[in-house]
Design a protein. Structure first.
Length: 82
């Protein structure tokens, strides 16, 4: 059975992933996510799956996004080496 949380990340398009990673980068500078941030939408989707409140999911969502971005980057680098 597929993990529904993991599926949220693997189904992100590259463009969506770039937006989410950019939001994380911006938040590092400002300390805030705007109310219309895509990461907030992903937190709400995750909360509907886990039953946890949206705020509790933020760190997990950030890690999931960074992890997915890292895996995609790694796969690109592996293909370049072959």
């Amino acid at each position: 059975m597929e993990n529904p949380i993991r599926k949220l990340y693997t189904e992100l398009t590259n463009d969506e992933l770039v937006v989410l990673l950019s939001e994380i980068e911006s938040c590092e500078k400002t300390g805030l996510y705007p109310n219309d941030a895509k990461i907030r939408e992903l937190c709400r989707k995750t909360a509907s799956i886990t039953g946890l409140d949206v705020s509790s999911n933020l760190l997990h969502v950030q890690i999931g996004i960074l992890r997915e971005g890292s895996f995609r980057w790694l796969n690109i680098k592996k293909r370049e080496l072959n």
